[in-house]
Design a binder for this molecule. Structure first.
Ligand code: ADP
Length: 272
């Protein structure tokens, strides 16, 4: 269509390319105020850790929080919270598992009969599972649903953006990826989908020696401020490399972690 600006959410014209047609609705028993996606250009940068820490921070502030683990081929949320028992349902809806702080969690790992089995599914099937995590889960009343997005900018990430009404995304990266185009691609994808980029988190930004207190930038000099400025987004947090975080994740005790300074990140999500 001539003159199309691809901003389907705000366009009044009825047309066959309307991407909002693909949005699915959740069930009558679920009322979710804000949906925030946590994305990264590639895997292993701390996207799931950041999703979990954010959910813990909001739960500790008294908000009703859920996590949808949309990283179907690399699900790591249940492990971080020590959840291993399978999800049950009533034939109509699935009931999420709850963490000690009351965070509601849905993940493919809680639906498999063996957590170690890989999910060897093609894109459309994975996309279908993610849509069901939104439509067929009894989320109840939630203030925030955090979505641990599939890494990268491929087929599955596209399905999530097109089918779930995500209000904004937080981009997680390491200092190394901030040098390459990986982060810019993730930012550009959100912008192309007309989804607000809430801001940028630099994970594994530095290591503070527990003996002398000196700080080392192991993965290279921090570039979060520069990259945020270049892309006209907010730098929201820098997380250190912390062996204690990795240990608590491995032990399923992320809720016991002493949270880093999340003020800017929390404020930005609240303002959304
Ligand atoms: P992603 O979701 O991007 O694939 P994860 O959050 O699963 O990445 O993190 C990958 C691994 O790195 C996990 O074992 C996690 O516990 C660990 N990790 C993440 N962030 C940190 C950090 N800041 N310090 C130490 N370990 C971390």
């Amino acid at each position: 269509m001539s003159g199309c600006n691809h901003d389907c959410k705000n366009c009044k014209t009825k047309c066959e390319n309307d991407s909002t047609n693909l949005l699915v609705k959740t069930n009558k028993e679920s009322h979710i105020k804000k949906i925030i996606g946590v994305v990264s250009g590639k895997g292993g940068v701390g996207k799931s850790a950041t999703t979990s820490l954010l959910a813990v921070a909001f739960a500790k502030m008294g908000y009703k929080v859920g996590i949808m683990d949309a990283d179907i081929t690399g699900p790591s949320i249940p492990q971080a919270f020590g959840l291993h028992e399978g999800i049950v349902g009533n034939g109509n809806l699935m009931f999420p598992r709850e963490t000690e702080l009351g965070i509601k969690v849905v993940s493919i790992n809680l639906l498999l009969d063996d957590e170690k089995k890989p999910v060897v599914w093609r894109g459309p099937i994975i996309g279908g599972a993610i849509k069901q995590f939104y439509t067929d889960v009894l989320w109840g009343d939630l203030d925030y649903l955090f979505v641990d997005m599939p890494p990268g900018t491929g087929d599955v990430a596209l399905t999530v953006f097109q089918s779930i009404p995500v209000n904004g995304v937080i981009i997680v990266s390491t200092p190394q990826d901030l040098v390459s185009m990986i982060v810019a691609k993730a930012i550009n994808m959100a912008e192309m989908m007309k989804i607000k980029v809430i801001g940028l988190v630099e994970n594994m930004s530095y290591f503070k020696c527990p003996d002398c207190g000196k700080t080392y930038e192991i993965f290279g000099k921090s570039r979060i401020n520069e990259v945020a400025k270049e892309n006209n987004i907010e730098p929201l947090a820098k997380f250190p490399i912390d062996p204690n975080l990795a240990k608590l994740v491995d032990e399923g005790r992320i809720e016991d972690y002493d949270l880093p300074d999340l003020t800017k990140l929390v404020d930005a999500c609240e303002k959304l």
